[in-house]
Design a protein around this ligand. Structure first.
Ligand SMILES: [Fe+2]
Length: 230
């Protein structure tokens, strides 16, 4: 397989930036209704300020290279994963916690259950992913005259970030037997944009929408015996 870095999937891994370990990266769909339960794991003065983080991203979104500017902010945030966990709590079920949903920027925390898989999908806008707990494995796909084909892969660990271009297609797996949590940022109206997903077995393309994503998360929590209102 070709290394994803050679294909403009820009990943940062444990790079030292401004004296701190840079981080992070990845996906998904509409579902404020699936907000994960917040359970603080630590307390104290080093808790991530989510409102400040969102405001910084909104301001950076006005810069010429907004995706890179926002990734710098994301990398700084996940370089201190304990601070993120202090603000968000350990993930306890599959779901999204939406911080911002606007026409030009979408920000949420995504929680994957142990060994959860997400089928190939597109975003139709740039996407940045930062991991603050667990691990997220990505397979990158491309459209061909014979359907989509896998062409690259990368594993994102805590403190890693990734910047995916507008035309990126990827599938995601949490390979761990514990939850993975990441902050996901999109350069547009993620929940209001009709995208595509591909059947994981046949690779047939089908529309992706909020109802399908909600059902996927519901089934995933059901698989683990987790109530949606827990
Ligand atoms: Fe994605």
């Amino acid at each position: 397989m070709t290394n994803a870095r050679d294909l403009k999937i820009n990943l940062q891994r444990r790079t030292v930036v401004a004296g701190v370990a840079a981080a992070s990266a990845h996906l998904l769909a509409p579902m404020s209704a699936l907000a994960t339960t917040k359970r603080a794991t630590t307390t104290g003065r080093n808790k991530m300020d989510i409102d400040r983080f969102v405001a910084d991203c909104v301001a950076a979104n006005e810069e010429t290279n907004a995706q890179a500017a926002i990734n710098d902010i994301l990398a700084r945030a996940v370089s201190e994963p304990r601070n993120v966990l202090a603000a968000l709590g350990d993930p306890v079920k599959a779901g999204l916690t939406v911080f911002l949903a606007s026409p030009t920027l979408t920000i949420f925390a995504a929680a994957w259950t142990p060994q959860m898989n997400l089928m190939p999908h597109d975003h139709l806008m740039w996407a940045n992913i930062g991991i603050y707990t667990g691990r997220e494995d990505n397979i990158f796909w491309k459209r061909t005259s014979d359907g989509i084909k896998a062409y690259g892969a990368d594993a994102l660990f805590v403190k890693d970030t990734a910047m995916l271009p507008e035309d990126a297609l990827h599938s995601v797996t949490n390979p761990l037997k514990r939850f993975t949590g990441g902050i996901h940022i999109y350069g547009g109206d993620f929940f209001g944009t009709t995208r595509s997903q591909w059947n994981p077995e046949t690779l047939d393309e089908e529309p992706s929408d909020g109802d399908k994503i909600r059902e996927m998360f519901r089934r995933e929590n059901e698989r683990l015996g987790i109530g949606m209102d827990s």
